[in-house]
Design a protein around this ligand. Structure first.
Ligand SMILES: CC(=O)N[C@H]1[C@@H](OP(=O)(O)OP(=O)(O)OC[C@H]2O[C@@H](n3ccc(=O)[nH]c3=O)[C@H](O)[C@@H]2O)O[C@H](CO)[C@@H](O)[C@@H]1O
Ligand SMILES: C=C(OP(=O)(O)O)C(=O)O
Length: 419
């Protein structure tokens, strides 16, 4: 099994090209099921989760081709299976996003119930409840969600009990083909929801309010394919900016979107970074200084993202001062903490808060994590640790970071993949 071997590195410097966003590409690929004509998605990152999504679409009978690494073409003319099997869903929870599109277009969907995962239980009750309000009959049998509707789904006024990105996306996709108007209240406002909505609009959907907490959808009879370019990955961008900050370097992220990262950039400025932005780039310059500790609390967008929590934990581990990091989205998202402690970090957990006393340097060690962003924080830790760090179980990283070792290498980071 592959591992990443990381040596203590100089301050990162140079440009890094940001890939398309995993968390936008996955729902957009699932939206392909809604399209009656050919659908072409560009800027799709070459990631394990994207491979899984393509495999899922193929397993339904869709034709999926990848002309080069970043373009995916989907044709649903031969789609004739309506089941997302356990073997695929267990490797990628986002497979649940096939439920809304399948049900809306074909009136039937069997989707393996995703289990919990390393970061929490992650139930899907909001997805199911919203679809039921739109007229679906849903049973859970033998580990599968079995959803059926006679004719079309019906527009509904849905009040979400809590903010859920995935449930908002599933219901948004389902509502595009429903009969009448759907309003999703307390909707997630994440940029990836807006990207999905823009894609659906390009396919012919009638959607207003994406990016606010109230999304209004007028159902249409059918949708066509379109050409759609996936937005830049704000979490990949943030991860490279953190790596530059902790190595006290200066980097520019190109093909990035600063407007989707305001909370993260504000915290980096509080940590002492000089941030400069253009319409599609972000530059961070630490001017050789050690970062200052910053307190963080994760909340839904536009607040500070949970997907950047592990990386900021690491920044605080190396920063000047004491800080607290509070995780409010997922109940078990601190798997990086024991591993960072093994590398010498001075931090402790109290409930959902991590208290960190900054130190100057970490020590290399053999580490592993069972979650994507925790793994990213360990790779970045390796760049500033004395000696060698080996990060194991990197299939988690391959779910969300394209060519991570090449991108670090381009910035002067000593990261290599070893078997
Ligand atoms: C593929 C993708 O886009 N993944 C992102 C998405 O995950 P995902 O869409 O799974 O996350 P949600 O926004 O749904 O989860 C937020 C919270 O709501 C809870 N919940 C969710 C649905 C539900 O039916 N019931 C329920 O209780 C979850 O357990 C969690 O505590 O948003 C998360 C929060 O920004 C990010 O960390 C993930 O990277
Ligand atoms: C938690 C994440 O993804 P997923 O929802 O696909 O597990 C993530 O991208 O950090």
């Amino acid at each position: 099994m592959d591992k990443l071997k990381i040596e203590a590195s100089e301050a990162l410097a140079g440009n890094v090209v940001i890939s398309g966003a995993k968390n936008a590409a996955l729902p957009i690929l699932m939206a392909g099921v809604l399209a009656e004509t050919d659908f072409v998605v560009t800027n799709v990152p070459n990631l394990r989760d994207v491979n899984t999504s393509c495999e899922l679409l193929r397993c339904l009978g869709a034709e999926v081709t990848r002309s080069d690494n970043s373009e995916v073409r989907i044709s649903t003319s031969s789609l004739d299976h309506f089941c997302a099997p356990y073997d695929l869903v267990k490797t990628m929870r986002a497979s649940i996003l096939i439920l809304g599109p399948l049900l809306a277009r074909f009136g039937t969907a069997d989707v393996s119930l995703p289990g919990g995962c390393a970061i929490g239980a992650r139930p899907v009750n909001l997805h199911l409840h919203g679809l039921e309000q739109m007229g679906a009959k849903i049973e859970v049998e033998e580990g599968y969600i079995k959803a059926r509707v006679d004719g079309r789904l019906k527009g509904a006024h849905i009040f979400m009990d809590m903010v859920s990105v995935g449930a908002t996306e599933n219901l948004l996709m389902a509502a595009t083909l429903a009969d009448g108007e759907t309003i999703i209240e307390n909707a997630a406002r994440e940029p990836e929801v807006i990207d999905l909505a823009n894609c659906l609009i390009a396919m012919g959907a009638k959607i207003e309010g994406a990016g606010t907490d109230s999304i209004r959808i007028q159902g249409v009879e059918s949708l066509n394919g379109c050409h759609y370019r996936v937005m830049p990955d704000r979490i990949e961008t943030g991860s490279f900016l953190i790596a530059a900050a902790v190595t006290r370097g200066k980097i520019r992220c190109v093909d990035a979107d600063p407007s989707t990262l305001e909370a993260v950039l504000a915290k980096l400025e509080d940590a002492g970074a000089t941030i400069t932005t253009g319409s599609d780039w972000i530059e961070l310059d630490m001017q050789g200084k050690r970062p200052k500790a910053v307190n963080i609390k994760t909340v839904p967008y536009p607040g500070f993202p949970t997907d950047m929590q592990a990386q900021f934990c690491l920044l605080n581990v190396l920063a000047e001062g004491t800080s607290t990091i509070t995780e409010t989205i997922f109940e078990n998202r601190f798997m990086h903490v024991p591993e960072l402690i093994r590398m010498g970090a001075n931090m402790e957990l109290e409930g959902n808060t991590c208290i960190i006393q900054g130190i100057e340097r970490l020590n290399g060690a053999q580490v592993m994590a069972t979650d994507l962003r925790a793994s990213a924080s360990l790779v970045i830790a390796g760049l500033v640790a004395e000696g060698t760090t080996i990060v194991d179980r990197i299939y988690h990283l391959d779910r969300g970071y394209e060519h991570i070792e090449d991108k670090f290498k381009g910035l002067g980071g000593q990261v290599v993949r070893v078997s």
